[in-house]
Design a protein around this ligand. Structure first.
Ligand code: SF4
Length: 307
């Protein structure tokens, strides 16, 4: 019955998507049924690029609020819809514009490098944005002799600082989902599955990263598992990636490092909400032009530096 109802919803979504010329972009942490009906599925970096290159003028973003904002920032002439504007990221919301301005005041000549998981107002006062898939590459290209304030994910910042062997200043925040994975979780999984490789997102703690065989972005983890000749993996990131790995490389044995690896905000988007969004062409995400134009500089720099 549930499957039949979902099939009807999907049919209606596809009809309205076509009728209203809407391009659907979804994050890998979305529910499987949403990933399956999206025109494009990716991590936050790929979603930003896909929005910029969208072949249609209306984009529905199935992801948390900063992802829809990024699309609105990069595509001023397009309409960006969110099926659930209340879907947000507690880490992105943890930092205030004044925290950034205060750092700039006390560190003249410094650069503010903002993880893409930030609201538009924070991007607007940042020098450049990064994602977990391009942060190392981008920061490597920045001047060596200036202080860098990496915001807001301290775990990711520490990982990058270690990779580059360069001190960075951090903001004390983290993703509550990735940060909840413990060293004990990984050790227990390794004991139960001694042959498995451990794939970890850099938003996890340094303790967890130290036990990994591979550390990478969401897209990096998917690619690694798909291309590896190994068959069993312990996954320390949001469980939505498992759907994608199963699609691109069926038959791999995937073990979630901890049962709680589900982002409730990402999962608050449902087929019903997408249908409602397409029916009413809402909620339109708009960023005030004074903020949008400044935030666009940091996002466009990211895209240019990531090449
Ligand atoms: S998984 Fe973490 S970083 Fe990503 S949206 Fe959820 S809370 Fe934010």
């Amino acid at each position: 019955m549930h499957n039949q109802a979902d099939a009807l919803l999907k049919e209606e979504i596809n009809r309205l998507k076509k009728e209203n010329s809407v391009y659907i972009i979804a994050h890998y942490y979305q529910r499987p049924e949403i990933q399956d009906l999206a025109d494009f599925v990716g991590d936050s970096y790929a979603m930003a690029v896909a929005a910029k290159n969208s072949p249609l003028d209306t984009i529905l973003v199935a992801g948390v609020d900063f992802m829809a904002e990024s699309a609105a920032i990069l595509c001023p002439g397009k309409t960006v819809l969110s099926p659930e504007p209340a879907a947000t990221c507690p880490m992105a919301n943890s930092i205030d514009v004044n925290d950034v301005l205060q750092y700039k005041d006390t560190h003249p000549g410094s650069l503010v490098v903002s993880y893409v998981n930030t609201p538009a107002s924070i991007k607007a006062v940042s020098d450049i944005c990064v994602t977990s898939s391009n942060a190392v590459k981008i920061i490597q290209k920045l001047p060596q002799d200036v202080p860098i304030f990496f915001i807001p994910d301290e775990n990711l910042g520490k990982f990058i600082a270690g990779k580059l062997d360069r001190p960075l200043d951090f903001y004390p925040s983290c993703c509550p989902i990735h940060n909840a994975v413990t060293r004990q979780d990984i050790l227990k999984c390794k004991e139960e599955h001694p042959g498995a490789e451990v794939l970890v997102h850099p938003e996890c703690t340094p303790d967890v990263i130290a036990l990994s065989d591979y550390v990478g972005s969401t897209a990096g983890i998917i690619n690694y598992a798909a291309k590896s000749d190994k068959n069993q993996f312990i996954i320390a990131t949001e469980h939505g990636v498992m759907h994608r790995i199963n699609q691109v490389s069926p038959g791999k044995d995937l073990i979630l490092a901890q049962a709680g690896l589900t982002c409730p905000n990402m999962k608050s988007i449902t087929l019903d909400k997408i249908l409602n969004s397409l029916k009413n062409m809402e909620t339109i995400i708009a960023v005030p032009e004074s903020i949008r134009s400044q935030a666009a500089v940091a996002l466009e720099r990211m895209i240019a530096y990531a090449c």
